[in-house]
Design a protein around this ligand. Sequence first.
Ligand SMILES: Nc1nc2c(ncn2[C@@H]2O[C@H](COP(=O)(O)OP(=O)(O)OP(=O)(O)O)[C@@H](O)[C@H]2O)c(=O)[nH]1
Ligand SMILES: [Zn+2]
Length: 392
Amino acid sequence: MKGETFSTTGQLLGTVLAVQANFYRVQLDLGDKETWGQGDLGDKEDKEDKEDKEEFPTLSPPSPPSSLSPPSPHPLLLCTRRTRLKKIGQQVMVGDRVVVEEPDWAGGRGAIAFVLPRDSELDRPAIANVNQILLLFAVADPPLEPYQLSRFLVKAESTGLDVVLCLNKGDLVSTQVQSEISDRLLGWGYQTLFISVNNNINIDKLSCQLQDKITVLAGPSGVGKSSLINALIPNAQLRVGEVSGKLSRGRHTTRHVELFELPLGGLLADTPGFNQPDIDCTPEELICYFPEARQKLAVDSCRFSDCLHRDEPGCLVRGEWERYEHYLEFLEQAIARQTQINQQADPESTQKLKTKGKGQTQYEPKLESKKYRRVSRKTQQQTLQNLYQDEE
Ligand SMILES: Nc1nc2c(ncn2[C@@H]2O[C@H](COP(=O)(O)OP(=O)(O)OP(=O)(O)O)[C@@H](O)[C@H]2O)c(=O)[nH]1
Ligand SMILES: [Zn+2]
């Protein structure tokens, strides 16, 4: 039986959990709970066919370096990057799927020989292959601010990744209030999961949503992000404690990005706290980051294809929806930002001559075509700029 452990070409695969100076901490797929447990390799070898044995004749029970204990169900190796990768300028990011060569099980070392193509790539935090963003807010203490929540949601949507919205401190408000908030957010296009880390409510439900995925946790200060990580990953504090001090301290004192292994499988990225995320998308694409408007545009379109949904005739989007005011505000910011970018790109000229039909010409504000164009999904995924910023 072959598990996920080795690809068909018999390579040793793993995921980069953290980058430490010139070393990469790689969690290997082998050791998968379904195939065999840690230190149980003899069993596994019995199950593996001969072909695999021949390819890995020196495999002995892997044990993670002692500095990385407590034990993970998956072996960890501290790896260098092969010179060939450096020569071709191949960067290795946290979240990357990599091929590891020459594992030295006793020393807990190895070398990264290849980086598999990425499904997604976030800028800040710099993590590859993220599947979803878990946006955590609190229902109270700090109070739930619709405008701030909207801003975080738009920013999260702009990555092109799935967004999971979770409200913590459910213990501080009545179920009646929770249900009102829930209805309101449903109007925004979001199903909300109410949790209470303190009272252990719905933590198991959330765990299921994170299973087997790479998730980035985001949210403003004080909503319970550290508390949630500790609830989801009982060993997190201990693990981090041995590497960089208490978990919460590590989060706020460095830009260090790290993926934590979830007990049910999957990885969670801990990120530094941040304040107000910037709206840095183009004016034209902004509307796509409002699910309630996106719904309308999925079935019909505005009269003008370049409609910014303000006062254009035949606009499908303008109207009585709760976050329309937010949209208009963010739009102003996106336009201001775009104008600034254009001016910086070409300070001499902010106008361009445009030829209209019938030979007429007119000056129009010059827009940096590349920036103004609707961006590809891949590009969207590459930007999560300023979403995370160190508190220091
Ligand atoms: N009532 C209540 N308080 C909670 C709950 N979860 C966390 N808290 C409290 O909220 C406060 C902030 O929690 P943290 O986990 O430090 O919040 P954080 O999001 O990590 O905050 P930063 O570190 O500033 O980013 C702490 O006093 C927690 O005890 C909860 O479910 N209910
Ligand atoms: Zn419109």
